[in-house]
Structures are given as C-alpha cells and as structure tokens.
Write a protein that binds this ligand. Structure first.
Ligand SMILES: [Zn+2]
Ligand SMILES: [Zn+2]
Length: 497
C-alpha cells in the first residue's frame, strides 16, 4: 500500500460519510444495508461483499448532520481512523514470513491475473477449491479455539497461531463466514503465499460473558514452492494430508495413523499468520442505507473474449449467443428470482441446493436475525433489467462465471403483522450486484437443482434443508458437481474483478 492509496483510503472514509449522511436513507434488501457491515453501503448480499465492512459506523454513529463542529471532529476522526486502517493493512501485508521489500509480486497485476500466473506454476490449482479449503480451515480453527481438538489442525497451522489458539480461556462458537476472497499471491524464499481476506461473525465465550463480534481478517496461507494442488476430495477435508485419515495427531506434527511427520506447507497449504484488521461488537440492528455503485462502470475481465473461446471449446459449444441466453434465462435469472423470493419469506430450505455451503450459512445467519425480530425483508415485484457476463474462470476441476445483474423492486421491511417498518412499497429501488456461479468442469447438464430428486441416484433428497447430501448415495448436491451453484454475491462498490 503506497501513499496514494493511503490518501484514497482517507478520502474514501470522508466520501462515505457524505454519502451515508447527506442522502435520504433508503431501504434494505437481503442483507440489505447491514450485511456484515451494520452500517456499510446499502446492499443485499449478506455481507458477501466483505468490503461493505468499512467501519464507518465506528466513526459515524451518533453524529448529527447539522452540527458543523461535530462534522469537523468527524472528519478528523475519519482521517485518524483511515490512518489506523492503513497501518493495519500494511502490517497485514508483511505477515510473519515476509518483509515487504523482499516480496516477489507484480503490483500492476489484478488478482485475476495473479491467479492465472499462479496456474502456470501449478496447473492443478483451483481457486474454487482453495477457497473451500481456506473456509473449512477458518471454521474449524475457530470452532476448535481453546479446545483440545485444536491439536488436530497441526498440519495446517503455524506453531505461533496454534499456540495462540490453545488459550483455554477463550472459546469461540457460531462462526459464520460472510465472504472470502484472495487479496494477493506472492512468493518469498521457499514459499508460495496466498493472502486471503475473510469477513465473518463469531461469538466469544469466556467464564463471564458471551459477546458477538464482526471481523475482517487477512489470513496468510503458505506452501512450499513446487508442491502441487491436491484433488477436490483432499482439498475439502482437513484430515492427515499424507494418509487422509481424520484427526489422528497426538504429538507435534506426527500422524498417529501413518506415522508421517508432517511439516506445515510440505504437502498442503497452512495458515502461517493471521491479522485481524477490524474486530468490533456485532449489533444486529436492521437499518436502511443508501445504495452505492449501481451506476459504476461494469468491470469486465480483460481477456474475456479469449475465455469465452476456451469455455466454448472445452464444453463443445458451437453457438455461444444461444448458449449464453439460455444460461441467463434458465440458470441465472431463475436462481436470482428463486433466491430472493425465498429470502423475502425468511426461508432457505427451498434454495438450499442453489447456494454453496458458505453462502447458505451466511444467509442463515441473517434469516435467524430477521426471524428473531419477527421481520421480513420484502422484495416485491422484483424484475431483472439486465445481465452482463463479466468473467469466466476455468481450472482443472471447476468452471466459474461471474455476471453483473441489474434489477429493481419494492424493498421494505415488514413486521409479521404486515406493517411496513421501513423502506417503501411504492418507490422502486434499483440495484446491481455481481453474482458468481460455479460448477464442475466438463459437466454437460445446464440445470439448477431446486429440490426433489438426487441428480446422481434419483432418490428423494432431504427436504428440511438440514443436509446437502443424498441419504442414499452420499453425493453432495451443492458443491457444483451436478449443476451451477451460486457461490458469491459481491456489491458494486467492492467488486475488483
Ligand atoms: Zn497420516
Ligand atoms: Zn443420491
């Protein structure tokens, strides 16, 4: 992060203040106006666009628009706040293994280009699988925090982080990831490094109290250079990276089952260092805020035409336009409407198979809050205006597409007795979002799975939304192995391409 970026950060805080306070507040939609930000930009998406978490509320709360003195104080606070964030981010850039001056990276490369470059070194690398791995480790790490089970994560955590997490005074539960994305890919000495940004919520329990937090963390994953990425099965489990057997670590790094002494990073990625950039008490107030970024220019992948050609070749598509319109109509529009219709009813069971595991948990987090407050976030007369294909990512195991969806609806909060608490059922609200779908590479079916039958064996699927596995054949339905699954929603103002 350079000086220019620092000042941009400061300006951004100031600008955000004006946007949030000088405009009329408007309505929320799913995750709307709170997400993981509780005070960030107006948006749905359940905080899947981590960048909503901008800490404005720390500085903004309680100030009156009309008081000039307060405004000056606020701007000062924002500058100081921006500086602190800047320093925090700089610190996070460094990490444990690293010193900034010696990092090998190309700052001009977008993260997309960095992933492409990394795939040249490790053709088996799959962004989808890496994020699954990182999410699993994140959840497991915090769920085991302060518990004996943390020892089972020895192959996946540096000694320093393991020691910190062994503190029995602090237990963590109810961990939910709001969003996860790559921040940068670097190399240093013998290691490849992937810095990953994670927005989440969790509850800390001590002997005295229970406190819910929202967090923005940067986790630094490392792996020895020259190690190849593992197959989907191995990437999705946190068992012994050598023999695959679960939870058999009794002494430092030696697997009880296969006897192999596993040094972190030799076979699989491990958490080297984590930086908590923002941590604050979570407040579940439902508020409405301004929609930001709907008029921003769409960010297209630079070589999208090239990607389309490869995608067509790989999937034997001869008429791209026809295929794309089918995709937009049958997959994207249907998913979008189904998801938001069910969101409006505070129910997720019918859309269980349309959402990746993380996204489902994240949606669930908010639905629980709405249910608790006996509120519904109604999105009436929702209409899609336009869908733009912005990105295609292909790897050995998964295809992923990102589209920007423009839509409008009447967006309001309604109590269980039918009273409109906020928002409007007469003024249409326009918005746009970037949606990312994944599916297994080479899959020919172009369907979405709403429920009913297992796409693998045909037997009835669990209906209560509790499981995504077929009882009979054990297939997991929502990991992209059978159809397109929504894996991320990113708001306009934080989408980086
Ligand atoms: Zn083993
Ligand atoms: Zn089955």
């Amino acid at each position: 992060m350079n000086k220019k970026l620092f000042w941009l950060t400061v300006l951004f805080f100031i600008f955000s203040f004006f946007l949030l306070n000088l405009f009329e507040p408007v309505s929320a939609r799913p995750g709307g106006g709170h997400g993981f930000s509780s005070g960030g930009s107006g948006s749905r998406g359940f905080g899947s666009s981590g960048g909503k978490y901008r800490s404005q509320k720390i500085y903004i709360r309680g100030l009156e628009k009309s008081v000039d003195v307060e405004l000056i104080k606020l701007i000062l606070a924002l500058i100081i706040g921006g500086s602190i964030l800047y320093l925090k981010i700089r610190e996070a850039d460094k990490g444990q293994l690293l010193s900034v001056s010696s990092l090998k990276t190309n700052p001009k490369q977008s993260i997309d280009e960095q992933v492409e470059a990394f795939k040249q070194k490790d053709p088996d690398f799959s962004l989808t699988l890496f994020l699954d791995f990182a999410s699993n480790l994140y959840l497991e790490f915090y769920n085991c925090h302060g518990r004996d089970e943390i020892i089972n994560l020895i192959p996946y955590i540096s000694e320093k982080e393991l020691r910190k997490a062994s503190n029995k005074m602090i237990r963590i539960e109810e961990v939910v990831i709001g969003s996860i994305s790559l921040y940068s890919i670097l190399e240093k000495n013998d290691y490849d490094i992937i810095n990953t940004d994670i927005y989440s919520n969790y509850t800390v329990t001590t002997d005295l109290e229970k406190t819910k937090y929202e967090l923005f963390e940067r986790w630094q994953f490392c792996r020895k250079k020259g190690v190849s990425s593992k197959n989907p099965e191995t990437m999705r489990q946190l068992s012994c990276p050598s023999c695959g057997v679960e939870h058999k670590f009794i002494a430092i790094s030696k697997c009880e089952n296969c006897g192999v002494d596993i040094k972190p990073g030799e076979i699989q990625w491990f958490l080297n260092n984590k930086n908590v950039l923002v941590k604050e008490k979570f407040e579940s107030s439902v508020s409405h805020v301004q929609e930001i970024g709907t008029d921003f220019k769409t960010i297209f992948q630079k070589n999208i035409q090239e990607k389309i050609t490869v995608f067509c070749h790989k999937n034997k598509i001869t008429e791209w336009d026809k295929y794309l319109s089918h995709l937009k109509k049958e997959i994207i529009s249907r998913s979008f409407l189904e998801i938001y219709e069910n969101w409006s009813k505070n129910q997720l069971e019918p859309i269980r198979f349309l959402l990746s595991e993380n996204l489902y948990r994240s949606f669930g987090f908010w639905v629980k809050i709405y249910r608790g407050k006996q509120l519904f976030n109604k999105l009436e007369n929702i209409q899609i205006e336009q869908i733009e294909l912005v990105k295609i990512d292909l790897d050995k195991y998964y295809d992923s597409i990102t589209v920007r969806i423009f839509a409008h609806c009447y967006d309001f909060l309604q109590s269980s007795s039918g009273i409109v608490v906020s928002g409007s059922r007469t003024d249409l609200r326009s918005f746009s979002e970037y949606w990312t779908f994944i599916r297994k590479s080479g899959l020919e079916k172009e369907v979405i799975i709403i429920g009913e039958n297992c796409p693998s064996c045909g037997s009835d699927l669990p209906k209560n939304g509790q499981s995504t596995k077929c009882d009979k054949c054990g297939s997991t339905i929502n990991n992209g192995d059978f159809s397109w699954v929504l894996t991320m929603i990113t708001q306009d103002e934080v989408y980086r391409g």
